[in-house]
Ligand binder design. Sequence first.
Ligand SMILES: NC(=O)c1ccc[n+]([C@@H]2O[C@H](COP(=O)([O-])OP(=O)(O)OC[C@H]3O[C@@H](n4cnc5c(N)ncnc54)[C@H](O)[C@@H]3O)[C@@H](O)[C@H]2O)c1
Length: 439
Amino acid sequence: MVRKDNVAIAPAEGKLGVLVPGIGAVTTTFIAGVEAIKRGIAQPFGSLTQLSTIRLGKRTEERTPLVKDFVPLAGLNDLVVGGWDIFQDNAYEAALNAKVLDKTLLEQVKEPLQAIQPMKGVFYPEYVKRLHGTWVKGGGSKMDQAEMLMDDIRNFKASSGAARLVMIWCGSTEIFHEAAPVHASLKNFEEGLAKSDPAIAPSQIYAYAALKSGVPFANGAPNLTTDVPALLDMARERQLPLCGKDFKTGQTMMKTMLAPGLKARMLGVSGWFSTNILGNRDGEVLDDPDSFKTKEVTKLSVLDQILQPKLYPMLYKDLFHVVRINYYPPRGDAKEGWDNIDIFGWLGYPMQIKIDFLCRDSILAAPIVLDLVLFLDLAQRAGMKGIQEWLSFYFKAPMTAPGLYPEHDIFIQLMKLKNTLRWMRGEDLITHLGLEYYD
Ligand SMILES: NC(=O)c1ccc[n+]([C@@H]2O[C@H](COP(=O)([O-])OP(=O)(O)OC[C@H]3O[C@@H](n4cnc5c(N)ncnc54)[C@H](O)[C@@H]3O)[C@@H](O)[C@H]2O)c1
């Protein structure tokens, strides 16, 4: 068994400041949920950091502490949230607009939500074509905008009394764009900021400001953002953890649960047709083909990696995979996702699976925000830098070191996450090898 010495982890003392670009449906559902849990009127369903246990040692030892008792995480009472948006609504008004939570619940947490007034956002409309922000920082180069964000970060830290900070992007999905020469090194990137290079997206300006301020960064959207050498190098040099991209909720979560099972049974898949209707602001943004393309790329990649058609051509080489998202306002945040899966088994006989998932996007995403915030802060206190692959569990398109493929199978992702926690605390990693038979 692999056993390591304990990783030195600084204690979670003082407040943890959570900085969020984008105070929309997901962010307000996260904040309202944390406030409701703190008041004892809700439970943290869906949150691994709050509810999950972790098995330690042999099964006979019966040691299964809660994750939050096993590793030192910030407590919910220590979280202070601030953020930016391109609309002026405070978090209470934004929550009302998002229509995720019912009014009775929102009234009970109105006060802390109302107190969160967004700072003016950094916004370039060519990156999110469907929105016309009115609460934006004016003037100057992209570097000037980054410096304004750094001032915001300093001011927030001072006014909130936070001992540590993390930033998590919950802003809209930006258009599909690929790494350009300006992203190749930090030098190029900083020159590009000074010249307001059009290939630098708003989310990259926030990420740069975070890293430059010594703040770990997570990306909840599928945007390119930190997936470029300039920002990856910067995170490593500054000893900062990073993770992304695109919260794994809804249809993709189901896909990464089901596909590993079909493959485990060596059942073939000839087609997987996925379609969604949703009517929130996220749906409106994704109605723009350029923003949808960013999402489509992350959504399509998961099956290929899980099913490995190159290793199993007879089963998966002809798989026809289609993903659609349709903006349909009547549904608001209560998305509906349909999957039709054409599979085949013994002697090639075809079968079909139909899924109709009446899900709630932000209800699934909010606990992910909570877990990522707490784990990213843990990683920072444990001295872990660069891409945190052990947090792939939470993402549709997990970031990986260059040249490596991402792991999408949710069960492997969970094992990796829990083994990383065991490793941090000097516990045996669990391999399920059953060596006790040979004792
Ligand atoms: N809800 C989910 O289940 C889920 C899953 C995966 C990914 N995501 C992603 O998370 C993000 C947030 O989702 P949501 O449902 O809360 O969307 P939303 O539209 O309700 O909120 C996004 C907010 O970001 C703001 N914004 C846009 N550009 C900004 C900028 N440059 N600076 C500051 N604010 C900016 C918008 O005004 C909006 O208030 C989206 O990118 C979405 O694709 C959501």
